[in-house]
Every structure is written in structure tokens, then in C-alpha cells.
Design a protein around this ligand. Structure first.
Ligand SMILES: Cc1cc2nc3c(=O)[nH]c(=O)nc-3n(C[C@H](O)[C@H](O)[C@H](O)COP(=O)(O)OP(=O)(O)OC[C@H]3O[C@@H](n4cnc5c(N)ncnc54)[C@H](O)[C@@H]3O)c2cc1C
Length: 274
């Protein structure tokens, strides 16, 4: 983990409400899929705390991109950045998706919900590089949200891609868990490994469906967090007692995650603000 300054190279709107921020760094930063950064505009009074964003793309070790949805003060401040502006960054943070553990005989099923897509684009690229057969289930609220969440980048990978939107404006109408559940029922779940990032309720459902079909399931959690390096303990989630860590029945998403085995999480106990 290093604390450094990134210089804005681009900060483009993808669709209304969604932007992609590309930062240049003086030093090379080694990033694995699933890791994240804590970012805030340099010398800003607001927000005081950096915000967590997954590394969406690493063009090279000195140029990293972040895809984000403009939600509140932190992401609104990032949205105002212009080329040449500076950003305070703490990175790389968190554990990566474990790609090498997936055998080549396995099917990787990636389930992305909303801007959770940002955590899994590089994962898909790593799975392709590792020769793992991969399918993607991509859910969003609408066509605008799907495009904003990087759908075109997922399409470009040419993997089997199932799209759902809640309003039916693109792909199948409804929740992404519906076609995901159909697919797991149609294949040998025990030879599949599920990777999922998205809203808590979606990941809870994904974990249940995977468990029902005997598929291993990994999730990347998006708990609101203060520091990003394990000190504030603001991002804890309840875990099964057998998985207890330093904080007993809780683990910190920032340093113990964000990637967890789904069966480690107490889905019945809501995280901080889920
Ligand atoms: C490891 C990790 C990776 C993340 N990666 C991305 C990413 O790549 N792109 C992206 O757009 N977002 C990502 N997030 C979520 C992002 O950090 C929050 O949306 C962001 O902090 C919101 O800050 P804000 O000041 O704009 O909104 P706030 O004013 O802090 O919050 C606005 C609303 O969003 C809710 N909220 C805030 N943080 C979260 C959160 N972490 N999860 C769910 N709800 C939240 C609040 O309760 C409130 O309702 C990630 C979070 C984590 C922990």
C-alpha cells in the first residue's frame, strides 16, 4: 500500500450519472483484479474522507482507471475533476479475486450488479488469460445504467454475456439472479465457480443460488468505509463464527476482503448500511 498523488488524465462521462476517471502516477503500481483505491481530490475540504473505488482497468502500472456512479458528496467531488487536477490516493488495497485457484475444467460464472461491474472487468480478463471458460451475467437498472457500468467493455471481451435490466430497456426484464439461477440449474454447479459483485441483496441471492447448486461462490463486498487500511473498523461485516478473525464474529472489508467466500458471510446480519 502506498499513499501517493495521481494526476487526472481523463474524467469522462459514460452516460448521465456514471463517469470513468483515469489517473496517471509517477510510480508504477502493481494491481490485481478486485483490488481498490481510496481516492479524494487533493487539498479539498470536502469530502474529508477518501472514497473506495475498485480499479477498473490498469492500462499500465502508471495509468489506472476507475468507473464510478455519482451518488453523494465524495463521488460528486470526483466528478468535478478535470485533466491535470490532482487526487490523493491510497492503493493498492484489499485482496484480489483468486483466479489461479480455478482449474481449467471449471466454468467461471461472473455475476455483476450495477456498478459492481467495476470490480470484475479485470477479473474477466484474468480468467480469459488463465484459459478458464467464463460466462458473464450483467444486471443493471436500465440501459443507461448498463452502459454507464461499462457494458461496452464487457461486450468487447466477446464472452457469453447475459444482460438484464429492471425496467426491461435492454436484455431480459428483471433481476440478474433469474437467468443466473436458470443457468446453474442447467449445468453441473459443482464444477462452476461463481464470482459476484453488486448490491448486498443481489449477492445474498447469488450466494443462496450458488449454494443450492453446489457451486463455490466468491463475493466482493462494498461496505462504506472510512480509512481503507483496517484502523477505523467502520466497514465490518458479520461472519460465521468458524471464520472469526481478529474482531471475533466480524471482519473488516478493507483488509480481510473485499473478496470473501460467500459462505463465510452472515447474510442474515446486515453490514453497516446495507
Ligand atoms: C471495496 C469497494 C470498492 C468500490 N468500488 C466502487 C466502484 O468501483 N465504483 C463505484 O461507483 N463505487 C464503488 N464503491 C462504492 C463507493 O465507495 C461508494 O458508493 C462511495 O463511497 C459513495 O461515496 P459518496 O460520498 O459519493 O456518497 P455518500 O454520500 O457517502 O453516500 C451516498 C449513498 O450511498 C450509500 N453508500 C455509500 N457508500 C456505499 C457503499 N460502499 N456501498 C453501498 N452504499 C453506499 C450511502 O449510504 C448513501 O445512501 C466501492 C466500495 C468499496 C467498499
Amino acid at each position: 500500500m502506498i499513499e501517493t498523488i495521481g494526476t487526472v488524465f481523463r474524467n469522462d462521462e459514460i452516460t448521465p450519472g456514471y463517469k470513468k476517471l483515469t489517473l496517471r502516477f509517477v510510480e508504477g503500481i502493481s494491481i490485481r483484479a478486485g483490488q481498490f483505491a481510496m481516492l479524494r481530490p487533493r487539498n479539498a475540504y470536502e469530502p474529508l474522507l477518501r472514497r473506495a473505488l475498485a480499479v477498473y482497468r490498469a492500462d499500465d502500472s502508471r495509468r489506472l482507471s476507475f468507473l464510478y456512479q455519482i451518488l453523494g458528496r465524495g463521488t460528486a467531488a470526483l466528478a468535478c475533476l478535470k485533466p491535470g487536477d490532482q487526487v490523493e490516493a491510497l492503493l493498492p488495497l484489499g485482496n484480489p479475486w483468486p483466479v489461479d485457484a480455478a482449474g481449467s475444467s471449471e466454468l467461471a460464472v461472473v455475476v455483476a450488479g450495477g456498478v459492481g461491474s467495476a470490480s470484475v472487468l479485470m477479473l474477466c480478463e484474468e480468467l480469459i488469460d488463465a484459459g478458464v471458460q467464463t460466462e458473464v451475467f450483467f444486471g443493471a437498472a436500465s440501459e443507461n445504467a448498463a452502459i454507464g457500468c461499462g457494458l461496452d467493455d464487457f461486450r468487447a471481451m466477446q464472452l457469453p454475456l447475459i444482460i438484464t435490466t429492471v425496467d426491461g430497456s435492454l436484455g431480459e426484464r428483471g433481476l440478474v439472479t433469474t437467468p443466473f439461477s436458470r443457468r446453474l440449474a442447467a449445468i453441473d454447479g459443482s464444477r462452476s465457480r461463481v464470482y459476484s459483485c453488486g448490491p448486498w441483496a443481489m449477492m445474498k441471492a447469488v450466494a443462496e443460488i450458488a449454494n443450492e447448486h453446489g457451486a463455490g461462490c466468491l463475493v466482493s463486498l462494498e461496505a462504506p468505509m472510512g480509512c481503507g487500511f483496517g484502523v477505523c473498523v467502520g466497514c465490518v461485516v458479520a461472519v460465521e463464527r468458524k471464520e472469526a478473525g481478529e474482531y471475533g464474529a466480524y471482519k473488516r472489508v478493507c483488509v480481510d476482503g473485499p473478496v470473501f467466500a460467500a459462505d463465510e458471510i452472515r447474510w442474515d446480519v446486515a453490514g453497516m448500511s446495507h
